[in-house]
Write a protein that binds this ligand. Structure first.
Ligand code: C2O
Ligand code: CU
Ligand code: CU
Length: 497
């Protein structure tokens, strides 16, 4: 009781501070509107669940009992006729998730979640995007180098019943990206209901490496999302809502509750995608064995990095290789989190898969020149719950916060300013490009951050320098990828011209 009273007092002080500085900023109107409806939620959150997410002790997840084989999303088929290559429709659906109960969901081209869209470097694709929902949505290609007008930010909503054909060139290297909606203020709810899909990019170089790449056999998508179900089996976003990030006690992997994954003996590639609204996962093998990380958000690492644990904050991705031949004990083997919760049990079958992971995978480099560039942009992340800001401001669609010249590399310095309660991790994401992490708190980043990134986690007090350039022009968002923070205005815009 005392503790929550204390929190409330501290929050009240912070909120009046933020209200104070927003008076002088240009985002006055939207700030006021935001805090009004935000406050209602926060109050109800206060006596129900804890309002501010306790990042040391988040709501625990239930173990997966492994009753259901992991769903492997269908690959989106390319049209053989007509003038568009692919069609993606955001639609409503129903899914049997909890036993005997149907759940109302959203999905792309189906009831729940989406297909995997596989693209190749060098191709030009035309995608027809269709909104069959009762509300506005957008199609955002998270991690893709595309011009701002096809990036699917909040500027370009599709109204119910509308469709739009977009076209872009795939220029970047092989990577595991994803797509999800980005409508103003509604991203978190739409993702929560099931709008998310994976986007793979392939290229000749990655083909030549002979990595495990038989889709659904030794190469699996692993989309991690936590959800809270009501007693009647529904996903009720309002009821589960937490302004510091909505959490659930049940893990869905590729939309499968209580999943298990049957794998062959040998090396298996898992493409881990944290598609949760707010939960961080620190994954490990239950046996304590290490595994190899081979890719970051936007491409392959230079060499495999042996990992015992791997932390993924919302929107971060990692490709890992687990060698099921090289493990001591494959009975009762699972992917677990840092609480020991079983996320994904494995069943190793009689199948064989053979591939060698090359020692050299890529040629990613932070150049000396990039390292020596002066910092030209500084972004300070601050706050919690509804009181989240970047450089003291909340998102305003009518305000461009920064500009950068197309093709020019700049160094940005990101900081996460702690608050009186200690602060929390903010996963910081930038649209329309991939960037390089130069340093974390003045030091070399960890080996598994030495690859292309579009989302980087900042712990309270952290200072991260990145080298970033945009290949295309347009207006792009940058924001915290705790989706409730994003919707609460922890977002800004950069115009690349
Ligand atoms: Cu996953 Cu604004 O992005
Ligand atoms: Cu994005
Ligand atoms: Cu945040």
């Amino acid at each position: 009781m005392m503790k929550s009273l204390m929190k409330w007092l501290i929050l009240a002080v912070i909120s009046s501070l933020i209200a104070g500085c927003s008076m002088s900023s240009t985002g006055e109107e939207s700030t006021d509107k935001h805090s009004e409806n935000g406050m209602n939620h926060d109050m109800s959150g206060m006596d129900g669940m804890d309002g501010h997410m306790d990042h040391d002790n988040p709501l625990p997840l239930k173990d997966s009992n492994g009753f259901n084989e992991l769903a492997v999303s269908p690959l989106l088929e390319k049209n053989t006729a007509g003038d568009v290559d692919y069609t993606l429709t955001a639609q409503k659906g129903n899914q049997l998730l909890l036993e005997g109960q149907t759940t109302e969901t959203y999905g792309y081209n189906g009831d729940f979640l989406g297909p995997v869209l596989k693209l190749r470097q060098g191709e030009t694709v035309r995608i027809k995007t269709v909104n069959a929902l009762d509300e506005d949505t957008t199609f955002h290609w998270h991690g893709l180098d595309v011009p701002g007008d096809v990036d699917g930010g909040p500027h370009n909503p599709l109204k119910p019943g509308e469709e739009r054909i977009i076209e872009f060139n795939v220029t970047q290297e092989a990577a595991t990206l994803w797509f999800h909606p980005h409508p103003h203020g509604k991203t978190s709810e739409q993702v929560y209901k099931g709008l998310a899909g994976l986007l793979y990019i392939e290229d000749e170089h990655s083909d030549s490496l002979n990595l495990p790449s038989d889709y659904g056999i030794n190469d699996f998508p692993v989309l991690l999302q936590d959800r809270a179900f009501t007693k009647t089996g529904e996903l009720n976003y309002e009821a589960a809502y937490n302004s510091d990030g909505t959490l659930g006690d049940r893990l869905l992997v590729n939309g499968t509750l209580d999943p298990k994954l049957s794998v062959p003996q040998g090396k298996v590639r898992l493409r881990l995608v944290n598609g949760s609204n707010a939960r961080n996962y620190t994954v490990a093998l239950s046996s304590g064995d290490s595994f190899q990380q081979i890719a970051t958000d936007g491409g392959l690492l230079n060499e495999p990095v042996a990992m015992d644990t791997l932390k993924l904050t919302p929107a971060e991705r990692a490709e890992i290789i687990i060698d099921f031949d090289g493990l001591q004990d494959v009975e009762n083997l699972s992917l677990v989190d840092d609480q020991g919760t079983i996320l994904l049990p494995f069943a190793v079958n009689d199948g064989q898969t053979s591939s060698e992971i090359p020692a050299k995978l890529n040629s990613f480099e932070v150049t000396g020149e990039e390292r020596n560039l002066p910092v030209t942009k500084r972004l300070e992340l601050f706050g919690m719950m509804d009181m989240v800001t970047i450089n003291g401001k909340k998102f305003d669609m009518n305000r461009i916060d920064m500009t950068q010249k197309v093709g020019e590399t700049e160094v940005w310095e990101l900081t996460n300013k702690p608050d009186p309660m200690g602060g929390m991790i903010h996963p910081f994401h930038i649209h329309g490009t991939q960037f390089k992490v130069i340093s974390v708190n003045g030091k070399e980043p960890d080996d598994n951050l030495k690859g292309w990134k579009d989302t980087v986690a900042l712990e309270p007090g952290d200072r991260v320098k990145i080298a970033i350039s945009f290949k295309n022009k347009g207006v792009y968002m940058y924001h915290c990828h705790i989706l409730e923070h994003e919707d609460n205005g922890m977002m800004g815009q950069i115009e690349v011209n």
